[in-house]
Design a protein around this ligand. Structure first.
Ligand SMILES: [Zn+2]
Length: 322
């Protein structure tokens, strides 16, 4: 969370038309980025997509092309998604040195009143990959690479398989974090476990998770599976590629929409939101395939068409009806 000494800036930001809130990061945000890098913060951070690349020669042209893609990715979202975001999202900012591909955080004034949320994207972690190769790379990241076992992803039809689609998918995930703020779906991520209510008080959390006596949020036994705690995205893979099949088979028996969703309740909400909008509202493809020596041996898809998504689907149906 960010305590801002300049609430006027943010109140003005909230008055801007939604499309104008997508810009290069203002000074206030750049200061914050420096703070984030100096400490372990309570932000919803997705680690770096690619190692930082020094692009100083082309930063401005790169940024303007990226901003164009980001604006267009957001403009193409369903109207009801944008309407839900408008009161909560103060801005989507492009910065450098975020130290991760994206951060979602909340801004308060110095009296502790919440002003809204921001999403920061790192322009150094810009996506040079197309949507499907980016998704395959991201979803392979918990596993050590292997020539024998590989993972394919399909989140965009061939004619739409571009960077913009990858950005849109990544942004939908961040927007899931934004829309979870101050709801009864799950506790706010920055409040500390001593302020958590009981499991049953949270409609989304209680579907697959429980709050243990020590305040830790753990999966219900029927949604847990072997090696789940070794799923680490983006850095220092702890699983072998040969374990992909067993892990995805186990995941198919749980209420999680993606492997990333099984890591924490916060990622569960963000992934559920992103895939619901992407698949159900936008009618786009979503499939992960595991290959052994170029033979497809397992497909993971159709979550939102399966009975195991039923309770979560109800939550999103209600969200977009209200
Ligand atoms: Zn996240």
């Amino acid at each position: 969370m960010i305590s801002s000494s300049n609430p006027q800036f943010w109140r003005k930001q909230a008055q801007l038309p939604f499309a104008q809130r997508i810009t290069a990061a203002p000074a206030e945000v750049i200061d914050y980025v420096k703070q984030v890098n100096a400490r372990e913060s309570g932000s919803a951070i997705e680690p770096a997509l690619t190692p930082s690349i020094n692009q100083t020669d082309h930063v401005s042209s790169l940024n303007s092309a990226l901003l164009t893609d980001i604006r267009s990715a957001i403009a193409e979202l369903p109207e009801q998604v944008k309407a839900k975001l408008e009161p909560k999202l103060l801005g989507v900012f492009l910065a450098t040195g975020v130290g991760s591909s994206a951060i979602t955080d909340v801004i308060f004034d110095i009296d502790g009143n919440m002003l809204g949320a921001i999403v920061l994207l790192d322009s150094n972690a810009f996506l040079s990959r197309t949507a499907n190769s980016w998704m395959a790379w991201k979803e392979s990241s918990p596993f050590n690479t292997s020539a024998e076992y590989t993972l394919l992803a399909n989140i965009a039809e061939p004619e739409q398989d571009q960077r913009k689609q990858a950005l849109q998918y990544l942004l939908l995930h961040e927007f899931g974090h934004v829309l979870s703020i101050n709801t009864t779906y799950l506790p706010n991520w920055w409040i500390g476990s001593q302020k958590f209510k009981d499991t049953e008080e949270y409609s989304f959390l209680s579907i697959c998770w429980q709050i243990a006596m020590n305040g830790e949020i753990i999966p219900l036994i029927r949604h847990n599976f072997e090696h789940r705690s070794n799923i680490i995205y983006y850095s220092q893979a702890q699983l072998n590629a040969s374990q992909m099949l067993a892990i995805y088979q186990a995941l198919s028996g749980t209420g999680f929409s993606t492997l990333y969703a099984a890591t924490t309740v916060y990622e569960d909400f963000a992934e559920s939101f992103a895939t619901y909008v992407h698949v159900v509202l936008m009618g786009k493809p979503w499939c992960i395939q595991i290959c052994h020596r170029d033979q497809i041996i397992f497909s993971f898809s159709d979550y939102w068409a399966s009975p195991r998504s039923q309770q979560k689907a109800k939550i999103f149906e209600q969200l977009f009806c209200s």
